[in-house]
Design a protein around this ligand. Structure first.
Ligand code: SF4
Ligand code: SF4
Length: 266
């Protein structure tokens, strides 16, 4: 922790960055985001197992961008998110550096290639528990799966906390806010809830970096991670593409190649 505070102090004092985005103690057992703009405030930073939020979500906010170059305290999923945002042309390399706290101090990664090398050396696979849950879900028949999701989505309040938490939900105007035409009904009812959640899942397919923030943000506990992980594992098996591994990458669901083996796409 001290190494992180020292590093933050140094970066701010030398004006290498204008803001350090990290964590401070929060409520309900979860740390909250802290924006440190003065070296003297760096002592408020913490880093422990309660620091789960993917802080990369703030890099997409215009008011945060206006603060200047940022140093971001990054967990593994945060680093993958930075690379995914770069691959989608949403981040300039000069706009940030990543701080990775570890047992030996703090690693400062100031280029996308340094972040790529670090991410490639990590185990980016799902945990054993995640894999087992995903296998259980994948083993369900279609009817069982449909019933499962209908029941889950029937509890959705359309609060859009999942969207607000997700660093990859960055469109300035979401489909749910269009009313001419109104693609997705505003009230929380079964059909609209299904449409909203399926649309969001499809928009995240092959892009989600499995940070888990959408599930943690959902006030009714819908296991959104199951849907996102299933789609990402389908993209991996069909297109051999894993999101968040490179700052320059093809986009499996938005590119077309004339030699595609599938007839329907020609
Ligand atoms: S969809 Fe959920 S798990 Fe995936 S990047 Fe967004 S918040 Fe994280
Ligand atoms: S956070 Fe949960 S309840 Fe809110 S819109 Fe998303 S899925 Fe629905």
């Amino acid at each position: 922790m001290n190494a992180l505070r020292e590093k933050a102090r140094e970066l701010l004092a030398t004006k290498t960055v204008q803001v350090v985005i990290g964590y401070a103690p929060g409520s309900g057992g979860a740390a909250r985001a802290l924006f440190v703009r003065e070296a003297a405030q760096a002592g408020e930073l913490v880093f422990d197992e309660t620091c789960l939020q993917n802080l990369a979500a703030y890099l997409m906010k215009p008011e945060v961008r206006r603060l200047g170059r940022a140093a971001l305290v990054a967990r593994p999923a945060t680093l993958r998110t930075i690379l995914q945002l770069a691959a989608e042309n949403q981040l300039a390399e000069s706009s940030l550096l990543a701080l990775v706290p570890g047992a030996d101090g703090v690693l400062s990664l100031s280029t996308f290639s340094a972040i790529e090398a670090h991410v490639a050396a990590q185990d980016n696979d799902l945990s054993a528990a995640e894999k087992s849950e995903l296998e259980k879900f994948a083993a369900m028949g279609l009817d069982e799966r449909r019933e499962f999701w209908q029941e889950q989505f029937s509890r959705c309040l359309k609060c859009y906390a999942c969207r607000a938490a997700c660093p990859l939900c960055y469109c300035t105007r979401c489909t749910v806010e269009c009313n001419q035409p109104q693609w997705i009904p505003v009230p929380a009812h079964d059909l609209g809830n299904l449409e909203w959640n399926v649309m969001r899942a499809m928009h995240l397919a092959g892009r989600c970096t499995n940070c888990g923030d959408c599930s943690r943000a959902c006030p009714v506990g819908i296991p959104l991670y199951l849907l996102n992980q299933k789609l990402c594992s389908d993209v991996l098996s069909s297109f051999n593409q894993r999101s968040g591994m490179a700052a320059r990458a093809d986009h499996s669901l938005s590119t077309f190649k004339p030699d595609d083996p599938e007839d329907f796409i020609r």
